[in-house]
Design a protein around this ligand. Structure first.
Ligand SMILES: C[S@@+](CC[C@H](N)C(=O)[O-])C[C@H]1O[C@@H](n2cnc3c(N)ncnc32)[C@H](O)[C@@H]1O
Length: 214
């Protein structure tokens, strides 16, 4: 098979794999949240070379698998015991993945500290109360404390200077309007970036903070 045919074949496979997500997104007039494969592309596009990753909120481990492929080491934190146990079994073959059980607001600082020594660090903040689409129940969390984002950002601040480059991706930026659960306004994130000398941007439904120390 020549290169053109191989590429056409790959494109068809890609379309088949993602067609359900694309169809559903079209039904929603391409409003956020974007399908999982788009989030995964944004994550991959914002990877740093020689980087370790931390994810808060493992859920079913689909993003953890992607992070494991692009990073030297991935730590993923999950507070829901049954989801944590399931991910432990499912991802046992991924040797560069460490799954940690507990609340990210309690564990994140220690996880960042463990990764000092890696040149760069990327952090995907995605821990929050959500709907378990398989069991049809709520995951860990309660409405009034649904997102630990403020505490997570606070605990990251301490170690920022210990890495050359830091990328932080915060999912679900559409919810940051001070009107839903305990999500703060988008300005809270912008102010945090200014205070800690991060550049920021938004891609689809993800808020992205970048800090390059050298
Ligand atoms: C939206 S899902 C994460 C999706 C996952 N990152 C992915 O990309 O597939 C949110 C997860 O965060 C977990 N969670 C909720 N509050 C948490 C907290 N304070 N600390 C750690 N995990 C939490 C929930 O149990 C749920 O599994």
């Amino acid at each position: 098979m020549n290169k053109l045919k191989i590429n056409t074949f790959k494109n068809i496979l890609w379309l088949l794999k993602n067609q359900k997500q694309i169809k559903n997104w079209r039904k929603r007039n391409f409003t956020p949240p974007s399908p999982e494969f788009i989030k995964h592309m944004i994550i991959q596009n914002n990877n740093l070379e020689n980087s370790a990753w931390i994810e808060t909120g493992t859920y079913y481990g689909e993003t953890t698998k992607i992070l494991s492929k692009i990073s030297k080491k991935t730590i993923s934190i999950e507070a829901d015991k049954s989801l944590y146990d399931l991910a432990k079994k499912k991802l046992v073959h991924l040797k560069n993945v460490e799954l940690v059980f507990g609340k990210s607001e309690d564990i994140l600082e220690n996880s960042v500290q463990k990764l000092i020594g890696y040149k760069n660090i990327c952090i995907y903040l995605d821990a929050h109360l959500c709907h378990d689409h398989i069991k049809n129940i709520k995951t860990f969390g309660e409405e009034k404390n649904a997102t630990p984002i403020k505490k997570e950002l606070y605990s990251i601040e301490v170690h920022l200077k210990k890495f050359n480059k830091v990328n932080i991706l915060i999912d679900d930026i559409r919810l940051f309007n001070d009107q839903f659960q305990n999500y703060p306004k988008k300005n809270y994130l912008v102010d945090w970036c200014m205070k800690n000398e991060f550049e920021w941007d938004i891609e689809q439904d993800i808020f992205i903070c970048k800090k390059y120390n050298n």
